[in-house]
Design a binder for this molecule. Structure first.
Ligand SMILES: *Cc1c(COP(=O)(O)O)cnc(C)c1O
Length: 360
């Protein structure tokens, strides 16, 4: 069996080393005689897995002491509701809408309070990040919300918005741990695991302690209270044990690659290879403003729908799979998350050159 280069936006590729290690431990985790999947979440073996994953993540992020790490469920989409349910004390929040995920978060926020659309890039199909240096942040806003890397459109904030002192909440699902990050600039970061750090079923939340409310409105379910999960160290109920174990392995893999600096170097190199080719290609072109290009998701088109479809089909036959773009953008999208090796991007670019020669 040979593995393909999987350019899926998520669930996405995992490092091969992580898959090999976890398969070696599948039947008998370190002499326990059972799989991590079969283990009590209250056992010392699982407690060690959880503690280690948490510590490795803290190390990677150089996490300040006043932040908590939570491993929750419900995906990034659950956070669209959990954030306003817990953080809207004044009942007001400002949203910057740079794509479908931010739009969904904004719509969810509007269910629980007054959600303001502070800025949007919808006028050009979200092909850019608006200037956020001096936005009219609401004086009573409980937070300013962004989707930092827009998975579908392939844009990323290169500078964070000026929130005028309000806590910044960021959906980092598709850029989490892809480069160094100054956590102290955020109030809350969340990331669904299945893009950059593990299997679907885990969402990581990094929250500044003073933002964890003591009291929430009565309608908020117990399971959707940050305080419950923070007080119980992500063990209020059965957590997504196996997913946390795989995330932990990915954190160790990232450490071994030189931490977030190492990841950034690798990711810059991969993205440069692809973007440089797009910029010189006679057939393919990128779809977003250059200054806002994502290192993780790279959408591109030929300008001809039939040719796009032919490309996707022929690429798949060569083991370059899941290159079809999102239906709202069309064309192609190469997601080149942390686990995608440089060789995968090189193989893609080589194939694009060949396709261009044959069809250009
Ligand atoms: C994939 C994705 C989501 C949705 O994640 P789920 O875990 O499926 O809820 C939200 N935000 C961003 C930026 C994403 O890439």
């Amino acid at each position: 069996m040979s593995r393909v280069y999987n350019f899926s936006a998520g669930p996405a590729m995992l490092p091969e080393e992580v898959l090999r290690q976890s398969s070696a431990e599948m039947l008998d985790y370190q002499g326990c005689g059972m799989s991590v999947m079969e283990m009590s979440h209250r056992s010392s073996s699982f407690q060690n897995i959880l503690d280690q994953a948490q510590q490795d993540l803290k190390d990677l992020l150089a996490l300040p002491d006043n932040y908590k790490v939570l491993f929750l469920q419900g995906g990034a989409s659950q956070q669209f509701a959990m954030v306003p349910m817990n953080l809207m004390k004044n009942g007001v929040a400002d949203y910057i809408v740079t794509g479908q995920w931010a739009k969904k978060a904004y719509a969810e926020g509007a269910k629980y309070g007054k959600a303001n659309k502070l800025a949007t890039s919808e006028d050009r199909t979200f092909a850019y990040i608006p200037d956020c240096a001096d936005l009219p942040v609401s004086p009573d806003a409980d937070y300013v919300y962004i989707c930092e890397n827009n998975t579908i459109y392939g844009t990323k904030y290169k500078t964070l918005p000026n929130t005028k002192g309000k806590p910044l909440v960021a959906d980092q699902s598709s850029c989490f741990l892809s480069e160094p990050v100054d956590v102290s600039r955020y109030g809350l970061i969340f990331a669904g695991a299945q893009k950059n750090i593990g299997p679907a079923g885990v969402v990581v939340v990094i929250i500044r302690e003073d933002l964890i409310p003591e009291e929430v409105p009565a309608f908020v379910p117990t399971m959707l209270q940050y305080k419950i999960h923070a007080d119980n160290n992500s063990l209020y109920n059965t957590p997504p044990c196996y997913g946390i174990y795989i995330c932990g392995k990915v954190f160790q893999w990232i450490k071994a690659q030189g931490g977030l600096e190492g990841m950034q170097q690798r990711n810059l190199e991969k993205a440069k290879l692809l973007y440089d080719f797009l910029d010189e290609s006679r057939l393919f072109r990128g779809t977003v403003d250059k200054k806002d290009r994502s290192l993780m998701n790279v959408p591109f088109v030929t300008g001809d729908k039939d040719l796009d479809a032919k490309f996707v089909k022929e690429a798949a036959a060569k083991g370059l799979v899941n290159l079809k773009g999102h239906r709202t953008v069309g064309g192609m999208r190469a997601s080149i998350y942390n686990a995608m090796p440089l060789a995968g991007v090189q193989t893609l670019v080589d194939f694009m050159k060949q396709f261009e020669t044959e069809n250009g």
